[in-house]
Write a protein that binds this ligand. Structure first.
Ligand code: ADP
Length: 222
Protein backbone atom coordinates (compact mmCIF):
# COMPACT_ATOMS: atom_id res chain seq x y z
CA UNK A 1 0.00 0.00 0.00
CA UNK A 2 1.57 3.26 -1.15
CA UNK A 3 -0.34 6.34 -0.05
CA UNK A 4 0.28 9.77 -1.56
CA UNK A 5 -0.94 12.84 0.29
CA UNK A 6 -1.44 15.92 -1.90
CA UNK A 7 -2.28 19.41 -0.70
CA UNK A 8 -0.94 22.95 -0.49
CA UNK A 9 1.81 23.94 1.94
CA UNK A 10 0.13 24.50 5.30
CA UNK A 11 -2.85 22.27 4.55
CA UNK A 12 -2.03 20.08 7.53
CA UNK A 13 -0.38 17.55 5.25
CA UNK A 14 2.57 16.80 7.54
CA UNK A 15 0.38 16.21 10.59
CA UNK A 16 -2.06 14.00 8.72
CA UNK A 17 0.78 12.13 7.02
CA UNK A 18 2.25 11.27 10.41
CA UNK A 19 -1.11 9.97 11.64
CA UNK A 20 -1.75 7.86 8.52
CA UNK A 21 1.74 6.36 8.64
CA UNK A 22 1.37 5.45 12.32
CA UNK A 23 -2.14 4.05 11.92
CA UNK A 24 -1.27 1.81 8.98
CA UNK A 25 2.25 0.98 10.19
CA UNK A 26 4.07 2.29 7.12
CA UNK A 27 7.06 4.68 6.99
CA UNK A 28 6.35 8.39 6.49
CA UNK A 29 8.55 9.67 3.68
CA UNK A 30 8.59 13.47 3.53
CA UNK A 31 10.72 14.83 0.70
CA UNK A 32 10.82 18.25 2.43
CA UNK A 33 12.18 16.60 5.58
CA UNK A 34 14.79 14.61 3.62
CA UNK A 35 15.98 17.79 1.87
CA UNK A 36 16.02 19.90 5.07
CA UNK A 37 18.04 17.17 6.81
CA UNK A 38 20.50 17.19 3.92
CA UNK A 39 20.87 20.97 4.24
CA UNK A 40 21.34 20.74 7.99
CA UNK A 41 23.98 18.02 7.75
CA UNK A 42 25.90 19.97 5.06
CA UNK A 43 25.98 16.98 2.69
CA UNK A 44 26.61 17.35 -1.06
CA UNK A 45 22.86 17.11 -1.63
CA UNK A 46 22.28 19.76 1.03
CA UNK A 47 24.72 22.18 -0.61
CA UNK A 48 23.07 21.54 -3.96
CA UNK A 49 19.50 22.29 -2.80
CA UNK A 50 19.96 24.77 0.09
CA UNK A 51 19.34 27.99 -1.85
CA UNK A 52 16.40 26.52 -3.80
CA UNK A 53 14.58 25.46 -0.64
CA UNK A 54 15.26 28.74 1.17
CA UNK A 55 13.73 30.63 -1.78
CA UNK A 56 10.63 28.43 -1.71
CA UNK A 57 11.27 27.09 -5.21
CA UNK A 58 11.26 23.45 -6.27
CA UNK A 59 14.30 21.27 -6.81
CA UNK A 60 14.42 19.51 -10.18
CA UNK A 61 12.13 16.61 -11.02
CA UNK A 62 15.15 14.47 -11.90
CA UNK A 63 16.91 15.03 -8.60
CA UNK A 64 13.88 14.53 -6.34
CA UNK A 65 12.73 11.48 -8.30
CA UNK A 66 16.12 9.82 -7.85
CA UNK A 67 15.97 10.51 -4.10
CA UNK A 68 12.49 8.96 -3.86
CA UNK A 69 13.41 6.03 -6.09
CA UNK A 70 16.37 5.20 -3.85
CA UNK A 71 14.30 5.60 -0.68
CA UNK A 72 11.54 3.32 -2.01
CA UNK A 73 14.10 0.58 -2.58
CA UNK A 74 14.98 0.32 1.10
CA UNK A 75 13.71 -2.77 2.94
CA UNK A 76 11.45 -0.93 5.42
CA UNK A 77 9.13 0.19 2.62
CA UNK A 78 8.61 -3.26 1.09
CA UNK A 79 4.98 -3.33 2.18
CA UNK A 80 4.25 0.34 1.53
CA UNK A 81 4.91 3.96 2.46
CA UNK A 82 3.21 7.27 2.96
CA UNK A 83 4.60 9.87 0.54
CA UNK A 84 4.35 13.47 1.73
CA UNK A 85 5.56 16.23 -0.63
CA UNK A 86 6.02 13.95 -3.63
CA UNK A 87 4.92 13.95 -6.39
CA UNK A 88 4.50 17.69 -6.86
CA UNK A 89 4.51 17.84 -10.67
CA UNK A 90 3.03 15.72 -13.44
CA UNK A 91 6.60 14.79 -14.40
CA UNK A 92 7.21 13.41 -10.90
CA UNK A 93 3.84 11.61 -10.93
CA UNK A 94 4.69 9.95 -14.25
CA UNK A 95 8.06 8.87 -12.84
CA UNK A 96 6.41 7.46 -9.72
CA UNK A 97 4.22 5.25 -11.92
CA UNK A 98 7.45 3.57 -13.08
CA UNK A 99 8.57 2.95 -9.47
CA UNK A 100 5.30 1.76 -7.89
CA UNK A 101 2.56 0.01 -9.93
CA UNK A 102 -0.14 2.67 -10.52
CA UNK A 103 -2.92 0.45 -9.15
CA UNK A 104 -1.06 0.14 -5.82
CA UNK A 105 -1.35 3.88 -5.23
CA UNK A 106 -3.91 5.53 -2.97
CA UNK A 107 -3.98 9.28 -3.65
CA UNK A 108 -5.51 11.59 -1.04
CA UNK A 109 -6.00 15.31 -1.61
CA UNK A 110 -6.35 17.82 1.23
CA UNK A 111 -8.25 20.89 0.06
CA UNK A 112 -7.68 24.23 1.87
CA UNK A 113 -8.16 27.83 0.63
CA UNK A 114 -5.16 30.22 0.44
CA UNK A 115 -6.23 32.76 3.10
CA UNK A 116 -6.39 30.04 5.73
CA UNK A 117 -2.98 28.74 4.65
CA UNK A 118 -1.18 32.07 5.09
CA UNK A 119 -2.79 32.43 8.53
CA UNK A 120 -1.69 28.94 9.55
CA UNK A 121 1.87 29.30 8.30
CA UNK A 122 2.48 32.34 10.52
CA UNK A 123 1.82 30.11 13.53
CA UNK A 124 3.74 27.10 12.32
CA UNK A 125 6.93 25.85 14.00
CA UNK A 126 9.08 22.84 13.32
CA UNK A 127 11.33 20.69 15.50
CA UNK A 128 14.85 20.78 14.10
CA UNK A 129 15.66 17.38 15.54
CA UNK A 130 12.74 15.14 14.64
CA UNK A 131 11.06 17.34 12.05
CA UNK A 132 7.53 17.31 13.43
CA UNK A 133 5.36 20.36 12.88
CA UNK A 134 3.43 22.22 15.59
CA UNK A 135 1.06 25.17 15.52
CA UNK A 136 1.65 27.73 18.26
CA UNK A 137 -1.15 29.94 19.66
CA UNK A 138 -1.63 33.39 18.03
CA UNK A 139 -0.54 35.00 21.29
CA UNK A 140 2.86 33.28 21.32
CA UNK A 141 5.56 35.54 19.89
CA UNK A 142 9.08 34.63 18.80
CA UNK A 143 10.45 31.14 18.45
CA UNK A 144 9.18 29.84 21.79
CA UNK A 145 8.13 26.28 22.46
CA UNK A 146 9.56 22.81 22.69
CA UNK A 147 8.92 19.66 20.71
CA UNK A 148 6.32 17.46 22.47
CA UNK A 149 8.11 14.36 21.19
CA UNK A 150 11.82 14.97 21.85
CA UNK A 151 11.91 18.21 23.89
CA UNK A 152 14.22 20.11 21.52
CA UNK A 153 13.41 23.74 20.63
CA UNK A 154 10.82 24.50 17.96
CA UNK A 155 11.81 27.05 15.32
CA UNK A 156 10.12 28.84 12.43
CA UNK A 157 11.02 27.29 9.08
CA UNK A 158 13.07 29.75 7.05
CA UNK A 159 10.74 29.23 4.08
CA UNK A 160 7.65 30.05 6.21
CA UNK A 161 8.37 33.80 5.96
CA UNK A 162 5.30 35.54 4.42
CA UNK A 163 6.82 36.46 0.99
CA UNK A 164 8.25 32.96 0.63
CA UNK A 165 4.92 31.41 1.63
CA UNK A 166 3.21 33.43 -1.10
CA UNK A 167 5.80 32.24 -3.62
CA UNK A 168 5.28 28.60 -2.53
CA UNK A 169 1.51 29.00 -2.84
CA UNK A 170 1.87 30.40 -6.37
CA UNK A 171 4.11 27.46 -7.28
CA UNK A 172 1.59 25.04 -5.80
CA UNK A 173 -1.34 26.71 -7.61
CA UNK A 174 0.44 26.48 -10.97
CA UNK A 175 1.24 22.78 -10.56
CA UNK A 176 -1.68 21.44 -8.55
CA UNK A 177 -4.45 21.40 -11.17
CA UNK A 178 -2.61 19.26 -13.74
CA UNK A 179 -1.31 17.00 -10.97
CA UNK A 180 -4.80 16.51 -9.53
CA UNK A 181 -6.16 15.92 -13.05
CA UNK A 182 -3.47 13.25 -13.53
CA UNK A 183 -4.90 11.26 -10.60
CA UNK A 184 -8.54 12.32 -10.28
CA UNK A 185 -10.03 9.70 -12.60
CA UNK A 186 -8.27 6.80 -10.86
CA UNK A 187 -10.31 4.61 -8.49
CA UNK A 188 -7.62 5.10 -5.79
CA UNK A 189 -8.21 8.88 -5.60
CA UNK A 190 -10.16 10.77 -2.90
CA UNK A 191 -10.41 14.43 -1.80
CA UNK A 192 -11.01 15.63 1.76
CA UNK A 193 -11.98 19.06 3.10
CA UNK A 194 -8.88 20.22 5.05
CA UNK A 195 -10.74 23.05 6.80
CA UNK A 196 -12.46 20.64 9.19
CA UNK A 197 -10.97 20.10 12.67
CA UNK A 198 -7.82 17.91 12.40
CA UNK A 199 -9.49 14.85 14.00
CA UNK A 200 -12.31 14.97 11.43
CA UNK A 201 -9.77 15.28 8.61
CA UNK A 202 -7.94 12.22 9.97
CA UNK A 203 -11.18 10.23 10.25
CA UNK A 204 -12.16 11.14 6.69
CA UNK A 205 -8.72 10.14 5.37
CA UNK A 206 -8.76 6.78 7.21
CA UNK A 207 -12.27 6.19 5.87
CA UNK A 208 -11.12 6.70 2.28
CA UNK A 209 -8.01 4.52 2.73
CA UNK A 210 -10.09 1.67 4.20
CA UNK A 211 -12.72 1.96 1.48
CA UNK A 212 -10.18 2.08 -1.37
CA UNK A 213 -8.16 -0.83 0.08
CA UNK A 214 -11.30 -2.89 0.52
CA UNK A 215 -12.43 -2.31 -3.06
CA UNK A 216 -8.92 -3.10 -4.41
CA UNK A 217 -8.80 -6.29 -2.33
CA UNK A 218 -12.20 -7.48 -3.44
CA UNK A 219 -11.29 -6.76 -7.08
CA UNK A 220 -7.97 -8.58 -6.61
CA UNK A 221 -9.67 -11.67 -5.18
CA UNK A 222 -12.15 -11.97 -8.06
P1 ADP B 1 5.59 22.45 2.08
O1 ADP B 1 5.22 22.89 3.45
O2 ADP B 1 5.82 23.57 1.12
O3 ADP B 1 4.69 21.36 1.55
P2 ADP B 1 7.84 20.58 2.12
O4 ADP B 1 8.40 20.32 3.46
O5 ADP B 1 7.06 19.48 1.46
O6 ADP B 1 7.04 21.92 2.25
O7 ADP B 1 9.00 21.01 1.09
C1 ADP B 1 9.89 22.05 1.39
C2 ADP B 1 10.72 22.41 0.16
O8 ADP B 1 11.46 21.24 -0.28
C3 ADP B 1 9.91 22.81 -1.06
O9 ADP B 1 9.56 24.19 -1.05
C4 ADP B 1 10.91 22.47 -2.19
O10 ADP B 1 11.94 23.42 -2.28
C5 ADP B 1 11.53 21.18 -1.71
N1 ADP B 1 10.78 19.98 -2.16
C6 ADP B 1 10.15 19.07 -1.37
N2 ADP B 1 9.54 18.12 -2.09
C7 ADP B 1 9.78 18.43 -3.40
C8 ADP B 1 9.40 17.84 -4.66
N3 ADP B 1 8.64 16.75 -4.71
N4 ADP B 1 9.84 18.43 -5.79
C9 ADP B 1 10.60 19.53 -5.78
N5 ADP B 1 10.99 20.15 -4.63
C10 ADP B 1 10.59 19.62 -3.45
Amino acid sequence: MHIILLGPPGSGKGTQAQRIAEHYGIPHISTGHILREAVRSGSDLGRQVGATIAAGSLVSDTLITEIVRARLQEPDVASGALLDGFPRTVGQAGALDTIVPPDHLIVLLLQVVDEEIVRRMMRRRICQSCGITQTVPDSEAGEAGHCPRCGDPLVRREDDAPEIVRHRLRTYAALADPLIAFYASRPGFAAVDGLQPPENVTAALFGHVDRIRHSKESKGSK
